[in-house]
Design a protein around this ligand. Structure first.
Ligand code: ZN
Length: 391
């Protein structure tokens, strides 16, 4: 069976993919619970039904992972990894069709939380496993892994599977991320990493009618937040070999992200040479007439792979000192490396690029993903080269 045969068989399976995607969407696997046991049972039913060898690996029974295994004649093994957990559905009223209805409309579209990230791709992987299992023989072994907890760092999913030695292979394709579809196909050669930061402000409580007798932790926090945000002006030191990849990534994001305001245009231009910074959680205070003695703020700070996260950490700590507000401390979670990237010149990257070009008629753009995927765990803990190709 050639690549073209596989591709035309996949084209004929469009309805099967939609129905499987719809079936997966009906299981609410949203965080904070992030339960994936329903999805995993559903996938197991499909794989068993088609006689495909599979195994469930679970550290937490509510968050299992499942693998479909196809044996090849060589010793080489290719992995595909996709996740089953999804982000929360938000306001129920904001949905055209209910978030977990898995409604398939007349135009063939599947609706619901997780269709694009990434139960659609998981459904496509299930069908691909079925198509490959019907071949006489495979040269290389192929494993399709369906994981939990990707949206919260892979704790019971890819990170646990990688750290416990369950993920083994020569190459790995991550089916996540915005790949630009058929029109603007792209390959993720890497992911950004983080330097998550928390500010903690401590003060002294007092009655709200005599605030001058206290030391308001929220007031102190408010003063320091803009200083941490200045890390967005810190130019990252990046390896020279990344220059071309960053240029190509910017071409992709200029085309695929809204560019209707100066702020958005500027945001894209700065995306890789500077950290992105967002203060996303603030909490503090207990009652309207009590001066708070505690407040905290959490920042999402993302760094380009190849940059020097420990230098960024130093700079954040320096900025907090420069703010010169007593009783406010910064906790910066930074490791020596952020995210990961593969060389655009590796045989794996060339081969994936050629395959995508044959199937879409377009040469994919190589880019760095602005967020993180399971690739970060698979690459950093299992040491398997990872490329991302989503939809
Ligand atoms: Zn995803």
């Amino acid at each position: 069976m050639s690549l073209d045969d596989i591709s035309s068989e996949a084209e004929r399976a469009e309805k099967e993919v939609s129905e499987l995607c719809s079936g997966l969407v009906k299981f609410n696997s949203a965080h904070p619970e992030g339960r994936t046991d329903g999805c995993v049972e559903y996938i197991k039913g499909y794989l068993d039904g088609h006689g495909i060898e599979n195994e469930i690996h679970a550290n937490d029974p509510a968050k299992p992972n499942i693998v479909a295994k196809l044996k090849g004649t060589s010793k080489r093994r290719a992995l595909w990894v996709g996740h089953l957990d999804v982000v929360p559905a938000g306001e129920p009223d904001s949905w055209t069709h209910a978030a977990y209805s898995g409604k398939i409309t007349d135009d063939g579209r599947v609706w619901g939380r997780g269709t694009s990230d990434m139960k659609g791709a998981c459904a496509a992987a299930m069908v691909t496993a079925r198509i490959l299992s019907e071949r006489d023989s495979l040269e290389n072994s192929v494993e399709f892994w369906f994981t939990s907890d990707e949206e919260i760092g892979g704790g019971e999913g890819a990170r646990w599977l990688s750290q416990s030695g369950r993920l083994k292979g020569d190459i790995c394709v991550i089916g996540d991320g915005n790949g630009g579809g058929m029109e603007l196909p792209s390959i993720d050669l890497g992911c950004k990493g983080g330097a998550g930061t928390q500010l903690i402000a401590r003060g002294k409580t007092a009655h709200g009618s005599t605030p001058y007798l206290g030391d308001n932790a929220i007031t102190k926090l408010r003063k320091v937040i803009p200083w941490v945000e200045r890390i967005g002006e810190y130019r990252l030191e990046l390896p020279k070999e990344l220059e071309k990849l960053i240029e190509d990534s910017l071409v992709f994001y200029r085309k695929t992200q809204d560019q209707d305001t100066e702020e958005k245009r500027d945001g894209v231009e700065r995306l890789f040479h500077y950290p992105t910074v967002a203060c996303n959680i603030i909490s503090g205070g207990v009652k309207s007439n009590v001066v708070p003695d505690y407040a905290e703020a959490t920042f999402d700070i993302r760094l380009t792979p190849g940059s020097k996260p420990l230098k960024v950490k130093e700079r954040i700590e320096e900025l907090v000192r420069e703010a010169n507000v007593q009783g406010v401390e910064a906790l910066v979670m930074a490791r020596e490396t952020a995210g990961y990237y593969e060389s655009p010149d590796s045989p794996f990257a060339h081969q994936l690029s050629e395959t995508i070009e044959r199937l879409t008629g377009k040469r994919p753009i190589m880019k760095i993903l602005t967020g993180g995927t399971d690739a970060v765990s698979v690459k950093n803990y299992a040491g398997i080269p990872c490329l991302g190709y989503g939809t």
